[in-house]
Design a protein around this ligand. Structure first.
Ligand code: GLC
Length: 560
């Protein structure tokens, strides 16, 4: 079985992980200082969010030099030390590859912008104003698309009287993958990192690199200022071709690597094609269906989680990728609110139990689990009071658009940002109960959650009943029980709104997993498990007759 099918990946968001020099910003030295925490947890792979030089408009997802290290974070020598330190502890490192767009301060874009006859003009998407419209005036943009971070997806450039495309911020111009020189430059850069010793890539919004070159207008939804253009750039016409070319040019003949493509809006059918090993594209993808389940047609209305829907979605992904292909499994990353606050219960009475339950259900699915920093502590959302406390370009941009162009009130928008905003995931890692949670001796770029006095790594490492030690056990179980990594998956109780239940089976071993997603006792009507071995129980209180206490999670094993 391929090594990454048995592995657990841990995501580090470097600016929020650990600050070694007191400037309030996490750095590579800080990661090196905490490698033993990660080794103790038992993870196999570290994924670093971008550490390259960047104006930090989108916290490093706007890269101005792909082959160096952001000075705030360190330098290449420190990076090499980190890589060696991880390898010495049997952990691999994968890099974030952000090549749908670069920074507008990258030399490629500076050159491209310099004039219509620049040799790199065609490296980005330059277009004239809409025919008959005055360039630079509202509505004259080449298409009606909105950018993910608010405002139009096109920026007017006075110098040449043309617009460039930016699906994200205007400091993140989209690279033109139609141009073979762009692709070769990206592949050369990837090979350079692999030659340096890195173990693979997490590929940022990689299903947006191929666009419908006719750039058609998108559908305008009621109440929104700009159209959704995604039909023209999600899973575009040449995506499979580009990924296969990348595989040939970069990965062929190299062993031991891991590639995972972030693909918002990807379908199961497309994911099968992307992850079928025979097609040589990527090892797995990040799909979004299960984290968009609490999102309705109105982006500024909170929709409560419906467990039956979550199960239908994840069950569909499990069934779809059961043959060819492979799933990634995640609740959290730097773009999602904290799962214990979102799908669990972060109140003092239930936080620990619900964090353990969520981890159990996720890690027992078939696929490769990803842990986002602090998830192993059951870290929660931050109590944001006001828009001024957010730093995230997405939160600020969407807030502005909603208030200025879409007639929303600050209260309704804030309510959603508090629950869903990305900064919830980006507050400092909670190492101990000291000021700033042991993250920094300076002033952190985003304040530590006040609950770090209770929720922190130091306390949890010392407490065998902590979320930290529970995650260790989940990782350990994957190593000792082959059915966790390799077993078939069967969903049970699809119509139950409280219980998430499924089995895993490999040869003569069968596991039963049940998680109670509610604050009330719930009975699982599942027969045949009397006398089975109880392998895990997050409450240490074996349920009688499969009556699960609030937020309880259990795993049974039997021989069949
Ligand atoms: C991905 C990243 C996100 C970033 C965006 C643009 O979705 O995960 O953080 O803002 O791409 O690069």
């Amino acid at each position: 079985m391929t090594w990454w099918k048995k592995s657990v990946v841990y995501q580090i968001y470097p600016r929020s992980f650990a600050d070694s020099d007191g400037d309030g910003m996490g750095d590579l030295r800080g990661i090196i200082d905490h490698l033993d925490h990660l080794a103790e947890l038992g993870v196999d792979v570290l994924w670093l969010s971008p550490v390259y030089p960047s104006p930090q408009d989108d916290n490093g997802y706007d890269i101005s030099d792909y082959q160096d290290i952001e000075p705030l974070f360190g330098d290449l020598a420190t990076f090499d030390e980190l890589l060696a330190g991880a390898h010495a502890r049997n952990m691999k490192i994968i890099m974030d590859l952000v090549v749908n767009h670069s920074s507008d301060e990258h030399e490629w874009f500076l050159e491209s912008r310099s004039g219509t006859d620049s040799p790199k003009r065609d490296w980005y998407w330059w277009r004239p104003a809409r025919p008959g419209m005055e360039p630079g005036t509202p509505g004259a943009e080449p298409t009606n698309w909105g950018s993910v971070f608010g405002g139009p997806a096109w920026e007017y450039d006075e110098k040449t009287g043309e617009y460039y495309l930016h699906l994200f911020s205007k400091k993140q111009p989209d690279l033109n993958w139609e141009n073979p020189e762009v692709r070769q430059a990206v592949y050369a850069m990837m090979r350079w990192w692999l030659d340096r010793g890195v173990d693979g890539f997490r590929m940022d919004v990689i299903n947006m690199i191929s666009k419908d070159v006719s750039l058609p207008d998108g559908r305008l939804n009621a109440g929104s200022a700009y159209a959704d253009g995604s039909e023209a750039f999600i899973g575009g016409p040449r995506l499979h071709e580009f990924l296969q070319e990348m595989h040939r040019e970069v990965f062929e003949g190299r062993e031991g690597l891991l590639t995972v493509g972030e693909m918002p809006g990807v379908t199961v059918e497309e994911a099968i094609l992307h992850t079928d090993p025979d097609r040589r594209e990527v090892d797995m993808v990040f799909q979004f269906d299960h984290v968009w389940v609490d999102r309705g047609p109105d982006p500024w209305l909170l929709v409560p989680l419906q467990l039956t829907q979550l199960k239908a979605i994840l069950g569909r992904w499990q069934a779809g990728l059961a043959g060819a292909g492979w799933n990634s499994l995640y609740w959290n990353n730097h773009d999602q609110p904290r799962v214990v606050s979102r799908y669990g219960d972060d109140s003092p009475a239930h936080r620990v139990a619900s964090a353990k339950m969520l981890g159990t259900v996720l890690h027992l699915h078939r696929g490769t689990p990803y842990i986002y920093q602090g998830e192993e502590l059951g870290m929660t959302n931050y109590p944001f009071a006001d828009i001024d406390e957010f730093r995230d370009i997405e939160a600020l941009g969407q807030y502005k658009q909603a208030l200025e162009l879409e007639g929303r009130t600050p209260e309704e928008v804030l309510k959603v940002l508090r629950a869903r905003g990305r900064d919830n995931a980006r507050t400092p890692m909670q190492w101990d109960d000291s000021p700033n949670a042991g993250f920094s001796t300076g002033t952190p770029w985003l304040p530590a959650n006040p609950n770090h006095v209770e929720i922190n790594a130091k306390a949890q490492r010392a407490d065998p009943d902590s979320v930290f030690h529970w995650y260790r056990r989940l990782i350990e179980l994957r190593r000792t029980e082959p059915a966790v990594a390799e077993g078939d998956f069967t969903m049970l109780l699809p119509n139950d709104e409280r219980l998430y239940a499924f089995t895993r089976r490999l040869g003569g071993t069968e596991l039963l997993v049940i998680g109670n997603f509610s604050g009330v006792e719930a009975h699982a009507g599942i027969d045949g498990w009397d006398g089975a071995e109880l392998v895990l129980d997050n409450l240490d209180s074996p349920p009688e007759g499969l009556n699960l206490a609030p937020w309880q999670a259990v795993v049974y094993r039997r021989t069949v």
